[in-house]
Design a protein around this ligand. Structure first.
Ligand code: EPU
Length: 419
């Protein structure tokens, strides 16, 4: 298993480009199942989760080609299998996103139930309840969700909890349903809007995405299109925090600054000077140590849970004390004990971490069991004395495109140790 070796202490300076958003690319790849015409997708990040999704589509019969500009063309004319096997779903929960499209277009789907997860129990009851309300017949047996339906029927749904992939699954299913579906208490994440924009380019009639009430007028069929994925706001935020922690000055290109309001506000509070120019964010820490910040995660437009671990790492070396409360997932604290092993003064009380910043962390061998927790350990390694070795970096490869290359480009001393 590959590891990352980091020698801390270098300030990050320079410019890098942000990749396409993982959490927009995954539902959009699944959405191609809704049509038998070719869909071409650009700005796809080169990530392990994308490879897994392509493998899953390939198993179902998708013809997939990649052109010289790294645009992926997916042709789903020959879909002949309607199932997502446990072997793939266990490595990537987002495989659940094929459920809605398969059911809407083919009337059947066998999708392994995602198991437990390092960051919480993460049930999919909202997906299943919504699809059942649309007329699907759903049984869970042998660890699989087995769903069948004639044409799905439009329905007025009010979700009990705000769920990103739940909203996406139901929105995709509703594009081909009979009538006007309304989803209330929908997730407002930008990736939901990106999916809706892509579906509309495929001929869907969706309005209101980005708000908490989405309306979908079902159509008889969707068609092919070409679509570019929006930039990854969490990758952007992660590199901004890395720069802030090291007192650096960076310029991140090809991003969407307006999607990071809550994150930029916290970085400003921490002492960063932020400048925005069209698709570019400049952050300058002027060599200063950041000030600790208090954070409360919540669904968009609140502060993203996917940035919680990175800010915990920042608070570990900041001036003063900070309180971070996680409200989206019940157990997203895999990084806490590892940061403690690097010398962080951190207390975990229920769903809250209380940090008293220390001047310096010390390098250590560390490992984490989820994507953002692993990223926070890399950030900690960048400012720690001596060497940090981050193990199990396949978690990082799931969500960060060539993280060691981008950080090296900014002046970090980091390299991959092949396992
Ligand atoms: N929930 C339920 N029932 C459901 C669905 C969700 O109780 O049927 C609960 C979850 O247990 C959780 C909360 O609702 O406590 C929110 O979960 P949500 O369904 O929104 O999460 P998700 O759709 O599984 C997506 C992202 C996550 C991100 C969350 C929250 C994708 C592929 N994944 O997950 O991304 O943390 O939304 O913003 O879009 C990551 O990129 O590292 C990552 C984990």
């Amino acid at each position: 298993m590959d590891k990352l070796l980091i020698r801390g202490g270098n300030g990050l300076n320079g410019e890098i480009s942000i990749s396409g958003a993982k959490n927009a690319a995954l539902p959009i790849l699944s959405a191609t199942l809704l049509t038998d015409q070719a869909v071409t997708i650009g700005n796809i990040p080169h990530l392990h989760d994308i490879t897994t999704t392509i493998e899953l589509l390939g198993l179902m019969g998708s013809q997939i080609t990649v052109d010289e500009r790294m645009r992926i063309e997916i042709d789903n004319k020959a879909i002949n299998t309607f199932s997502a096997p446990y072997e793939l779903v266990k490595t990537m929960r987002a495989s659940i996103l094929v459920l809605g499209p398969l059911l809407a277009r083919y009337g059947k789907a066998d999708v392994s139930l995602p198991g437990g997860c390092a960051i919480g129990s993460r049930p999919v009851n909202a997906h299943l309840q919504g699809l059942a309300a649309m007329g699907a017949d759903i049984v869970v047996e042998g660890g699989y969700i087995r769903a069948t339906a004639k044409r799905l029927q439009a329905v007025h749904l009010t979700l009990d909890i705000i769920t990103v992939t739940g909203t996406e699954n139901l929105m995709m299913a509703a594009t081909l349903a009979d009538g006007l579906t309304i989803i209330e208490n929908a997730a407002r994440e930008p990736e939901v809007s990106d999916l809706a924009n892509c579906l509309n380019k495929m001929g869907a009639r969706i309005s209101g995405a980005g708000g908490d009430r989405i309306e979908i007028e079902g159509v008889a069929a969707l068609h092919g299109t070409a679509y570019d994925i929006l930039p990854d706001r969490i990758e952007t935020g992660t590199y901004l925090v890395a720069a802030a922690m090291t007192g650096g000055k960076v310029r991140l290109r090809y991003t969407h600054p307006e999607l990071l309001e809550s994150v930029l506000a916290k970085l400003t509070e921490a002492g960063a000077k932020i400048d925005i120019e069209a698709d570019t964010i400049m952050l300058d820490m002027c060599g200063q140590r950041p000030k600790a910040v208090d954070i409360h995660t919540s669904p968009f437009p609140g502060f993203p849970t996917d940035m919680q671990a990175q800010f915990t790492a920042m608070n570990s070396i900041a001036q003063g004390s900070g309180i971070i409360t996680e409200t989206v997932f019940e157990n997203r604290f895999m990084h806490v004990q590892e940061l403690q092993r690097m010398g962080a003064d951190l207390k975990l009380q229920g769903n809250t971490t209380i940090t008293q910043g220390v001047e310096r962390l010390t390098g250590a061998p560390v490992m984490a069991t989820d994507l953002r927790a692993s990223a926070s350990l890399v950030l900690a390694g960048l400012v720690a004395q001596n060497e940090t070795v981050v193990d199990r970096i396949y978690h990082i490869d799931r969500g960060y495109e060539t993280i060691e290359e981008k950080l090296s480009q900014l002046g970090a001393d980091i390299r991959r140790l092949p396992g």
